[in-house]
Structures are given as C-alpha cells and as structure tokens.
Design a protein around this ligand. Structure first.
Ligand SMILES: Nc1ncnc2c1ncn2[C@@H]1O[C@H](COP(=O)(O)OP(=O)(O)O)[C@@H](O)[C@H]1O
Ligand SMILES: [Mg+2]
Length: 418
C-alpha cells in the first residue's frame, strides 16, 4: 500500500499473507485505512519537527536581541520575555512583581540573575504609576495592536527608562508581540556627543588663538632681532672700529715701550668687533635682506663646522620676505643641530623651487636619533625641533624628520609660495 501525504509519496506499507488465496475485501480495506492513518501520523511528525526547528531559531534570535522582546496574552499577562527585557524591566516594581511564575514556564530568575517577568501585567509594568500621558499612550497602542494588523506604537516611561514600544498582534493567538527599545541610552549618547562637540569647539577656538598669538610672537621676535642686529652693527660695531683705529694711531705716537700695549688694545678691540659683527649677522644677516635667500643660505653653509653644500633645483625665484625669512630660520636651526648633535662628516642643503611651493631638505650622515630621544629632549625643554615644525605650519606648510640611530638625519619641509 502506498503512503501518501496529499500528492507526495512518503513510502509503502507492506503486508504479507501466507495463504495463496487473494486477501478478502475487508482485509484489504483494513490495510488501506491502516496505511492512511500511518501516512497522517508521519506527516504530523514531520511538521512538528519543522515547527520545533523554526521555533528554536526564532527563540535564538529573540534571546540574543538587544531590543526588548515580549509577548503577552489578551489580558496583558506576559507569556515570554527575552533576556534584554528581563534585564531592563526585571527590577522594576509594579503589579505582579514578586509573584511566583506559573508552573511549566521558566520562572524564577535567569542565568544572569534577572528576575523572570512571566505572568506579570505588561501595561502595569510599562506604564504603571509613571504618569497619565504615558499610560494613555500605551493603552491606545495596546488597543490598536489588538485591533489592527499593523499594530500600535508608543513612547512610555518605565522607571528610569524611556522606551519606544511597538506592539503587534500575534496571528491566530489572540496575544500581542511587544518590541521595545531603550531610548534613554540614545538620548544620553546624543547629549554626550553634543557636550563633546562643544568642548571640541572650545579647544579649536583656543588652538586658533594660540596659533595667532604664536604668529604675532614670532613676528615680534624677528623685529626685535632685526633691531638689535642693526643697533649692534650701526652703533656698537662703529664704536669698536673707531676705538681700534684710535688705538692704532696712539700706538704710532707712543714710545715703543707703551706702543706694544696700545697695539694689544687695538687687537682686542678688533677681535671684539669681529665677534659683534658675527653675532649681529647671526641675529639677522643683512645678506638675506640685501641679496635674498640663496646667497644667505650659501653664507649659512660656510658658517658651520661640518662641511656642507647647497644644491638648487627648479626655477629659481625670489620669495616673499616673510617666506624667505622662514626658510632661512628653519635651515639655520637644522644646520646648528647638525653641528651640535650629529657628528656628521658632511651635510647637504637641497632647495627645490616647485609649482606653488618650495621644498627644502637638510641631510647629514651623522649618528641620527630615535623619536624617543627627541621626545625626551623636548620634555626637558629643548624645543628646537618643535619650534621648527610650528614655524613651518605657521607658514601653511609641513615638516618631516626622518632619522634613526646610526642612519643620519634628514629634515624636510614644504612651504606654499606664490
Ligand atoms: N642632525 C641631528 N643629528 C643627531 N641628533 C639630532 C639632530 N638634530 C636633533 N638631534 C637630536 O634631537 C634632540 C632635539 O633637538 P632640538 O629640539 O633642536 O633641541 P636641542 O638642539 O636644544 O637639543 C637633540 O638634543 C639631539 O639629540
Ligand atoms: Mg637644536
């Protein structure tokens, strides 16, 4: 006998009769109805297994969800609450709190210790005693959920929480499915973001203020250097040079015994004159103002102990006085570091005039340094490299330092130029 489920063939029922006569009609009839019954049972078993698998899948989804998921019967009694719902609402007071859960449902507390909600009144739990408007909104949503297939929505306050609740009817079960989300977290996060945004704005404002202060400070420092340099050059140096000449004249008019003393005085005055001139030039080289950047850089490379060369590429041109001064100061400080720290046998300054920018690289073949070393020096108040970067950024450019112990040092910067 074939076993059919609708038109699908499930299998066959075999019966063997030892006698040679064909079985009588009642026996055949019995066999047919037995086969039909068997097919029905098999089908029901298969459907039940499929249903159990589906249910397990949905339960797993609900158990792992961040949203609160609950079901309630028509009277509003909770029949299922996922862990998120138990965690959030389990501790709230309300009608039914502390009642023992009905038997056969996983009552008591869950693995994390959140009290079960089974059997408690959902409307009471969500809106009980938490203000008339909350309760009214929830009741309206509840009624809508039971009547309309699209359900209802409400925002309610439950204890300290602000919940967005969606209710929809459970088809065929006369109950309601509730999915709720805690908006208080979102609201708290939004407030925090706003607060941090405001703090960031204050910090940015402060940063801009410091930047413009630094710009003014740098400008004032340069003006002061120029003034001192000019004063040393025009006044002090003139006085020293005139005194030297006078000492020389004096030497000629004195008898030989005192003349040696006067000549010594002339030599000392000339040495002081050289020293004052060198100091004045380092403060603000007139070659920079008179002849421009490249001769000034050429002069710089002759002022240090490490043998250094200057290489120029691109289309040579004059830059604005402020920009030339910035380039000069950066190279000056970089070369002074080469002399003081690198122990290099040679150094090179490379200037490339590009489209809309000037690129400068100061490289040496010395002992190099690690970022930690530079950091430690900066923390000890040595701000040479820090102020180099600041100055490059003030001019709208950027600066990079590449160095490692034993690998030499290359300091490179790019400044916009028109
Ligand atoms: N060209 C270089 N070669 C080797 N070490 C260097 C070089 N330039 C800088 N450094 C290291 O970085 C440190 C920080 O330099 P800097 O900020 O200019 O401060 P300072 O020159 O006052 O020490 C130096 O003390 C030195 O250890
Ligand atoms: Mg330095």
């Amino acid at each position: 006998m074939p076993l059919h489920s609708g038109t699908e063939l499930l299998g066959y029922l075999y019966a063997d009769d030892v006698s040679t006569d064909p079985p009588p009609e009642p026996t055949l009839q019995l066999a047919r109805s037995l086969a039909a019954e068997l097919a029905l049972t098999l089908t029901r078993e298969r459907l039940r297994a499929a249903l159990a698998r589906e249910e397990a899948r949905y339960r797993q989804l609900a158990e792992g969800a961040h949203d609160l998921i609950l079901t309630a019967d028509v009277r509003g009694r909770i029949t299922y609450a996922n862990p998120a719902a138990r965690r959030l609402l389990g501790g709230l007071p309300g009608p039914g709190a502390g009642e023992t859960a009905p038997p056969n449902l996983s009552g008591g507390a869950d693995a994390q210790g959140a009290p079960s909600l089974l059997g408690r009144s959902l409307p009471g739990l969500l809106a009980g005693g938490e203000g008339e408007s909350s309760l009214a909104a929830f009741s309206a949503a509840w009624e809508a959920a039971k009547r309309q297939p699209e359900g209802g929505r409400a925002e309610v306050r439950a204890g300290p929480y602000h919940l967005e609740v969606r209710l929809s009817p459970v088809p065929g079960e006369n109950g309601v499915l509730v999915v709720a989300r805690d908006l208080s977290i979102l609201k708290r996060q939004a407030a925090e973001i706003e607060q941090r945004g405001a703090a960031l704005q204050v910090a940015q404002h402060r940063h801009l203020e410091l930047r413009s202060f630094l710009a003014l400070f740098t400008q004032a420092q340069e003006e002061e250097r120029r003034r001192i340099s000019r004063e040393l050059h025009d006044d002090t140096a003139q006085v020293l040079s005139a005194s030297g000449r006078r000492a020389a004249r004096l030497a000629r008019s004195l008898p030989p015994a005192q003349s040696a003393e006067a000549l010594q005085l002339r030599d000392d005055l000339n040495a002081a004159l050289l020293s004052v001139r060198r100091f004045a030039r380092n403060l603000r080289p007139s070659v920079l103002d008179d002849l421009g950047l490249l001769p000034a850089l050429e002069w710089l490379t002759t002022q240090i102990q490490t043998p250094a060369r200057l290489e120029i590429s691109g289309t040579e041109r004059r830059l604005s006085p402020a920009l030339e001064l910035t380039v000069f100061r950066l190279v000056q400080e970089a070369l002074s570091n080469v002399d003081r720290h690198s122990g290099a046998s040679s150094a090179a300054v490379r200037v490339r005039f590009g489209d809309g920018e000037v690129e400068v690289r100061i490289a040496d073949d010395g002992q190099g340094f690690s970022p930690q070393q530079a950091q430690a020096r900066a923390e000890a108040g040595h701000l040479g490299l820090t102020s180099l970067r600041e100055r490059a950024e003030l001019a709208g450019g950027r600066l990079e330092i590449r160095s490692a112990a034993g690998q030499g040092t290359a300091l490179e910067f790019w400044l916009p130029s028109c």
